[in-house]
Ligand binder design. Structure first.
Ligand code: NAD
Length: 377
């Protein structure tokens, strides 16, 4: 089976979709792998390393796309790229299908089987292919490192002959994958950490990392069948803000990660709450790409408001490109190998498998994913 791994075209992208070790893995499965020249340039891996792993290096993207039976890449394909794909080609990437209706329709029209990795279910068996988790984990880590760098104080307690420095106080809102990693990283640096999540089961996870769960009584909070939090009512959100204002005011660092799948992020931290924070405090809004949790945060910007630094930079995992590429590459390899038939040496698109059912967006000329279809109508 002919696989083509495409180099990312977004100038902001620092990651590579696949590393030579995983190319070797695919070649050992019996795949013919082609990679686009310069694929590992941003992480200092030359084409030669991919050749050593058994890949052909392509210098003609259009020809490689037309020839491929499967295309692997990190993000959304352009219209021109989709036009190059042959009918029946399997295209695997992060497609952000809810925000890219045009791409979804074009893939369907081109009879391409479009797989969106963000839609892989959050189940135990699919954990190894879960790009949302692997990348969110790193974003949570980077958020803390960035905040520590911007803060004028240090995170650990220090008792020295010159006096005692109290540990920094960090407050994390949303204890999913990114939030839990932010808590763990801040704890490792010695901060005193408080955290909150609307999902009651997050309480034990917060405690297990040595942080203190903030008590807020919001009444019943709902979840989707995949374990994602559902949108709070306006009344619940107002209660949450009131309960958190004091905690924000006491914190040196606030990291927000609260998201609601397929929807705009809830606005939790109002300007009034920011007004109550100490000058010199740092806020990192990890939900910025879906609208942000902080009223004043701006996408792609780091701003200062009354002495409080508010960081709204997207895709923080791009700041640790080697680690992020390694994880993404491994997720891609695990996805392909999970459905690989060693005898026929081909990927089998098992449309009756739960993982495929959740992440296959277009197939045989149709939008087959009902959730996406309903959302982009
Ligand atoms: P996410 O990025 O969608 O959201 C981040 C967190 O924000 C979630 O924990 C959510 O509960 C929380 N949140 C939403 N609204 C909030 C509010 N108003 N206030 C405070 N917090 C709020 O979540 P995620 O990190 O992708 O995780 C989603 C779910 O999937 C979680 O239940 C997680 O445990 C689960 N998960 C399971 C697996 C697996 O079993 N393989 C892997 C990863 C995640």
């Amino acid at each position: 089976m002919r696989l083509f791994v495409e180099r990312e075209t977004d100038p902001q992208e620092t990651r590579a979709p696949m590393l030579p070790a995983d190319v070797r893995g695919l070649v050992e499965l019996g795949a013919q792998v082609e990679v686009e020249t310069g694929i590992g340039q941003s992480i200092n891996i030359p084409d030669m390393e991919y050749e050593k792993a058994g890949a052909q290096v392509s210098r003609d993207r259009r020809a490689s796309l037309s020839n491929a039976e499967m295309v692997l890449r990190m993000s959304v394909p352009s219209s021109e790229e989709i036009q190059c794909l042959s009918q029946g080609c399997i295209h695997i990437s992060c497609m952000a299908p809810f925000n890219n209706a045009k791409v979804v329709r074009e893939l369907a029209a081109g009879k391409v089987s479009g797989i969106s990795l963000e839609m892989v279910p959050r189940t135990t068996i699919a954990q190894k292919m879960d790009v949302l988790s692997s990348q969110a984990n790193l974003a949570g880590y980077v958020a803390v490192i960035l905040a520590a760098e911007r803060q004028g104080i240090i995170f650990p307690m220090m008792m020295t002959p010159a006096g005692t420095i109290q540990p920094a106080r960090v407050f994390v809102i949303g204890a999913g994958v990114a939030g839990l990693q932010a808590i763990a990283t801040a704890k490792r640096l010695g901060a005193r950490v408080d955290a909150f999540d609307v999902r009651p089961e997050a309480r034990d996870q917060i405690l297990s990392l040595g942080a203190k769960p903030l008590k807020v009584d919001l009444g019943e909070t709902d979840r989707t069948k995949h374990g994602y939090a559902k949108k709070l009512t306006d009344e619940q959100l107002q209660k949450q803000r009131q309960a958190m204002a004091k905690q924000c005011a006491q914190s040196d660092v606030l990291i927000t990660t609260a998201k609601v799948f397929g929807r705009k992020a809830p606005q939790i931290v109002t300007n009034e709450m920011l007004d109550g924070m100490k000058p010199g405090s740092v806020v990192v809004d990890l939900a910025i790409e879906t609208g942000g949790n902080v009223e004043a945060s701006e996408l792609g910007k780091e701003i200062e408001r009354e002495g409080v630094t508010i960081i709204g930079l997207p895709q923080l995992q791009r700041r640790v490109p080697l680690a992020a590429s390694r994880m993404f590459s491994s997720n891609l390899f695990n996805f392909v190998s999970h459905f690989w038939d060693k005898e026929t040496r081909r990927f089998v698109l098992k449309t009756d498998d739960q993982i495929i059912q959740d992440c296959l967006i277009t197939h045989e000329g149709r939008i087959v994913n009902t959730v996406v279809k309903a959302a982009i109508k």
